[in-house]
Ligand binder design. Structure first.
Ligand code: SF4
Ligand code: SF4
Length: 357
């Protein structure tokens, strides 16, 4: 794909075109760049030039997750007794997500594999939402303490899965399209091609971030060398799982995980008890009642059984089914864990039987 150069002072033009394309949500870095919580996703309501020119591509992934644009926390899927599925006509209006990182795109590809790729189980609600999303990704320019995408073979810059990708360089941005829509946007902007110097600068920046990740996570490299074997064997042992003993089953890890998608269905009846509406709601495998069956039988009643099962599913069962681990290495589960549990430390401990800090 060709790479184009957008001068810093022409950013408003790109935003203007994106706003014509759909509702734009961007991840925006606030005043304290080292604090993950300050990278939040917000909707651009007005085209305030000053506000837009103040924009900096966020250094790393946002605090928020984007699965809620595809699988809302709670939404109606049917009404009874009509047995009528909710109309899932494609929205004419698109949603533009600006500033997603490589790990966010990897997450989308995993959700696509689950909800779209097998025609027998294709989810029409997911499909509708997915088709309305326009992705404008951007390179990471720094790493967070919890980032470990490199251990899972991912990179801190996107190579596919975007409509448009932005790489910040000293005097502006390099733009690359990844879809016909991205091409159209670039054509409309009619930008000059990127200069060799700019592309070299981009490559150097990318290399530096990747090196920082490798350095930060080098002590966990061994544990990630054959995760599937490690977790499938480790699942049947008790040793090594001690770093998980502080889990309080809050479910934060699965809620903030961009690739955890378990849901439950519940019916809400009207006052007469004659009609009901069916809702799809996020669920968590870490909740005590998640595996409970009729008659009260619960194969995963002890907390540690649920904790281990989350790893088993992510690194063994999902891998067997889809050929990839169900984890992007984004680190959100580490940042949000009430039990202060670091997934990397758990896996390293399962591998060598002792805690690696
Ligand atoms: S966030 Fe931490 S404490 Fe909460 S369920 Fe997940 S592992 Fe357990
Ligand atoms: S398991 Fe943790 S690190 Fe992996 S994708 Fe989910 S939140 Fe990110």
């Amino acid at each position: 794909m060709d790479i184009y150069f957008l001068p810093k002072d022409e950013l408003t033009e790109l935003i203007e075109i994106l706003r014509e394309t759909g509702k734009v949500f961007w991840t925006r870095e606030r005043d304290l760049p080292s604090n993950l919580e300050n990278i939040r996703t917000i909707r651009i309501e007005e085209l305030d030039e000053e506000y837009i020119m103040d924009y900096r591509v966020p250094g790393l992934r946002a605090y928020d997750i984007f699965k809620s644009f595809l699988l809302p926390l709670n939404f109606k899927v049917a009404e009874y007794p009509d047995k009528k599925w909710i109309d899932v006509e494609l929205n004419a209006k698109k949603t533009v997500l600006l500033g997603l990182k490589s790990c966010d795109l990897v997450a989308f590809s995993m959700l696509d594999a689950v909800f779209l790729e097998d025609p027998e189980f294709m989810d029409p609600f997911y499909k509708k939402n997915r088709e309305s999303i326009v992705i404008v990704s951007s390179d990471c320019s720094r790493i967070g303490d919890s980032c470990f995408c490199n251990l899972l073979g991912n990179t801190p810059y996107a190579t596919s899965g975007f409509d448009l990708n932005i790489s910040e360089v000293s005097d502006g941005y390099l733009l690359e399209s990844g879809s016909p829509l991205g091409e159209e946007i670039l054509e409309e902007l009619s930008l000059p091609g990127a200069r060799k110097k700019g592309i070299e600068e981009r490559d150097k920046r990318r290399e530096k971030v990747l090196k920082d990740l490798e350095k930060q996570n080098s002590k966990f490299l061994k544990a990630f060398s054959d995760l599937s074997k490690l977790v499938s064997e480790g699942y049947y042992r008790d040793e090594g799982w001690e770093p998980g003993s502080t889990c309080v089953s809050c479910g934060a890890c699965t809620n903030v995980c961009p690739v955890c998608y378990c849901f439950t269905l519940f019916d809400r009846f009207d006052k007469k008890g004659e009609k009901s509406k069916r809702f799809m709601v996020w669920d968590s495998c870490q909740y005590k009642g998640f595996s409970q069956m009729a008659g009260g039988m619960n194969p995963r009643f002890p907390m540690m059984e649920r904790f281990k099962n989350r790893y088993y599913h992510k690194f063994f069962r999902f891998y067997e089914r889809y050929g990839k681990y169900k984890c992007t290495g984004c680190g959100r589960c580490i940042d949000n864990c009430l039990g202060d549990i670091d997934m990397r430390e758990v896996l390293a401990s399962v591998k060598i039987g002792k805690v690696v800090k």
